[in-house]
Design a protein around this ligand. Structure first.
Ligand SMILES: [Zn+2]
Length: 191
């Protein structure tokens, strides 16, 4: 591999970007493991890296596929819409817990940069914006349809502390949770 190309592919390793996933495989001489270029494990030094054009070549040379990035599972990038839909599924399943862009990207085995850009291009908003929306919808429903305390509603949408939840909810809806509940609960005002 010529030096300029090596540097370009190695740059994607440093940045953990999937540009060369499925095109080259990163074999690490010190660990005898072969990865996708976008692998999120520790970045190997350039002197310890050999790029192969196929996984078979790397395995034949004695490298084991990485358990973390699983280069054997086809390196070709998912179409953007599929990635966005997978991100949506994850967020709908996980919004009750703390979820960061890095966590999402790790689960989907892409770089945070790639996920953010792709998701926004497909859906018109960021993953963080979508998480906020899911949490607001759930919190509003819990406030109006249940007797859960505000702190419990906050916990159900990932907030540990009630004050943090109240500040966030007020910022997003324009009403504090208690007031939102008083105004909208079942259309009935409880004395
Ligand atoms: Zn790996």
């Amino acid at each position: 591999m010529e030096q300029a190309l090596f540097e370009r592919v190695y740059e994607s390793v440093v940045r953990r970007e999937p540009t060369y996933d499925g095109v080259y495989y990163t074999a690490v001489l010190t660990t005898h493991i072969v990865c996708r270029p976008s692998c999120r494990a520790r970045t190997p030094k350039p002197g310890n890296v050999v790029f192969y054009e196929s996984l078979e070549q790397a395995v034949a040379a004695g490298f084991r596929p990485c358990k973390r990035c699983r280069p054997e599972e086809g390196g070709v990038l998912r179409p953007d819409a599929v990635l966005a839909a997978e991100a949506d599924q994850l967020m709908e399943a996980q919004f009750g817990q703390k979820v960061t862009l890095e966590m999402l990207a790790g689960w989907l085995r892409v770089s945070p940069f790639h996920l953010q850009r792709t998701y926004k291009r497909v859906t018109g908003r960021s993953p963080a914006g979508r998480l906020d929306q899911l949490r607001i919808e759930k919190a509003c429903a819990l406030l109006t349809d249940t007797e859960l305390a505000v702190a419990e509603v906050g916990q159900a949408v990932s907030f540990r502390g009630p004050s943090h939840f109240t500040a966030w909810f007020t910022r997003k809806t324009g009403l504090p949770p208690t007031e939102y509940r008083a105004q909208f609960k079942g259309g009935i005002h409880h004395e």
